[in-house]
Design a protein around this ligand. Structure first.
Ligand code: FAD
Ligand code: NAP
Length: 475
């Protein structure tokens, strides 16, 4: 990964344009000069950088949720090692240790099988996993019989640009069908949901030890929490060194009702996820036009929000990549990130060319936010009967993109300039910027309308064969 990233930076002459080990602590808009001032600190220096445009790409699942530590009584006397999956410390020895993992999401499901590898534990020690509410787990199609075929064909297919694009399109379309059938209201939604739940429960019963079946059975709709593509987690639960505990409390108090459970622990690993809603852009103080404070404004308006996930009114020339409502649960986040970048490059172009001094999204931001919150209300994340990191306890969705990624692609193709207030420079065009022609939406709808019934039939008729979904259990 490092080699790849370095090669890309080298290819595009970026190496000496990147300043590492630096944190932006504050962004302030200077309305007189139409520019941003960024306060950048390193271990030794504190500097101010001026910029016509700022693009924030600070991510949202980087700050670990450590609240568990505050909630666990007696933690202050715990003498072992503690780490979060996001802050892995290779210097902590794991071989032969008793390890407790808190959490039952994707991170924990990927971690536990690795911890049980002989090279990690040297055959001794134990791994105890403590879960609160189980996630739905689906077999990973890429790990089944398809894997051999995939590994055989893909290098040849993706060597050509056409092959790579076609593969991406096919995978993208399959995932989009899931969006329409399981995440959004669907006429046969209830039936499809029950059908899928039956399949996943069957998978659970086939793979996981019987003693854990009830503990691992979710009591909410599939898709409400992030679905786990099983990376071998269920299989490894049979390992005699493994124990699973379930606690319904909000913390890892090691007693369950009247029954106290003592978990031998040398190393405590928190796979407790992140609090992205609370932490979104929190590493920076952002002051926009008329001293507007971004986080204050978000609080006043109900929660984090942003026009198409990329901009906020009162914050000219500031753009977000992977900003509010740009997460997805059913497909790759990177496709959405690419759409945002594509949009930002177009909107920033007249500023870069010196024709425009400032661009600020207007009431379209509030309109978009209303649309997003409305669409979120009947989505599976709000109605599925679970808590998740997409929607906060007040019902505010600051995280997930509630529409199809096709729509995301469409709205990012070219800016609707009517939504933007533009301050021109002296070089600015005599004609206002116009709405550029968009690929007609009705063509997109026709393609999707054809794909949905075909895809639904495909799913309903069980064309995803038993062989792929339910491999015989390895003993
Ligand atoms: C365990 C895990 C697995 C995932 N797997 C997938 C996957 O398989 N597919 C997928 O599409 N997505 C996945 N995601 C989601 C993933 O986070 C995003 O797809 C991707 O990392 C987002 O990239 P990013 O550059 O926006 O953010 P990040 O990768 O989080 O990068 C943000 C960067 O900004 C820096 N930063 C933050 N604040 C400041 C500041 N104030 N000043 C300077 N720098 C700052 C951070 O240090 C970091 O380097 C996963 C997430 C997690 C946590
Ligand atoms: N593509 C991939 O392969 C991949 C892999 C890993 C992660 N990810 C991404 O990263 C996101 C985060 O994944 P994650 O697994 O790190 O976090 P997560 O999905 O938020 O899961 C956190 C887990 O910790 C539990 N937990 C939190 N606090 C607890 C406490 N005090 N006591 C007991 N249990 C507690 C949660 O239980 P509750 O559910 O009861 O709150 C949940 O099971 C995912 O949603 C996904 O988007 C992707």
């Amino acid at each position: 990964m490092y080699t790849y990233l370095r090669a890309i930076c080298k290819q595009y002459n970026l190496l000496d344009r990147i300043q590492l080990n630096s944190v932006v602590t504050e962004l302030a808009w200077n309305a007189t000069r139409n520019e941003w001032q960024a306060t950048v600190i390193t271990l030794k220096t504190r500097t101010t950088v001026r910029a016509k445009i700022v693009i924030s790409a600070v991510g949202k699942v980087g700050t670990p949720d450590m609240s568990t530590l505050r909630e666990v009584p007696g933690m202050e006397t715990f003498r072992g090692e503690i780490m979060h999956t996001a802050q892995w410390d290779d210097s902590i020895p794991l071989i032969g240790k008793d390890i407790a993992v808190v959490g039952g999401g994707c991170s924990a499901a990927q971690l536990v099988p690795q911890l049980l590898l002989p090279s990690k534990t040297n055959g001794s020690g134990s791994v105890t996993q403590i879960i609160r509410s189980p996630h739905w787990v689906t077999p990973d199609p890429y790990l089944g019989k398809l894997l051999g075929l995939w590994n055989l064909c893909m290098p040849a297919i993706t060597r050509s640009r056409l092959g790579a694009r076609l593969t991406r399109f096919v995978l993208f379309s399959i995932y989009e069908l899931l969006h329409f059938t399981f995440y959004r209201p669907h006429p046969n939604g209830g039936k499809l949901q029950r059908w899928l739940q039956r399949r996943l429960i069957r998978y659970l019963n086939q793979r996981a030890p019987e003693e854990y079946h009830s503990m691992l059975t979710p009591r909410y709709a599939v898709g409400c929490k992030r679905l786990i593509l099983d990376p071998g987690w269920f299989d490894c639960l049979h390992d005699p060194r493994f124990r699973l505990h379930n606690f319904e409390r909000t913390s890892v108090i090691l007693d369950h009702g009247d029954q106290e459970v003592k978990v031998p622990t040398d190393v405590l690993i928190l796979a407790t996820g992140y609090s992205p809603g609370a932490n979104l852009l929190s590493s920076m103080r952002i002051m926009g036009r008329d001293e507007a404070d971004l986080h204050g404004l978000w609080t006043a308006r109900g929660g984090p929000q942003g026009y198409l996930g990329v901009a906020m009114d009162q914050f000219p020339n500031l753009f977000f990549v992977y900003g509010p409502n740009s997460s997805v649960g059913h497909t790759s986040v990177l496709a959405g990130i690419e759409n945002s970048i594509n949009y930002i490059l177009q909107i920033a172009d007249p500023v870069l060319k010196g024709k425009v001094a400032a661009l600020e999204v207007e009431e379209a931001c509030m309109r978009w936010t209303r649309k997003v919150q409305l669409a979120s209300r009947d989505s599976i994340w709000a109605t599925g009967g679970c808590t998740n990191w997409y929607i906060d306890p007040n019902g505010w969705n600051s995280m997930i993109y509630p529409f199809s990624q096709v729509y995301n692609y469409y709205t990012s193709m070219s800016p609707d300039w009517n939504d933007w207030a533009v301050t021109y420079t002296k070089l600015g065009p005599s004609q206002p910027l116009r709405i550029r022609s968009r690929f007609p939406l009705w063509i997109v709808f026709i393609i999707m309308a054809c794909l949905i019934p075909i895809g639904t039939q495909f799913v309903l008729k069980g064309a995803i064969r038993e062989a792929i979904w339910f491999r015989p259990m390895r003993v």
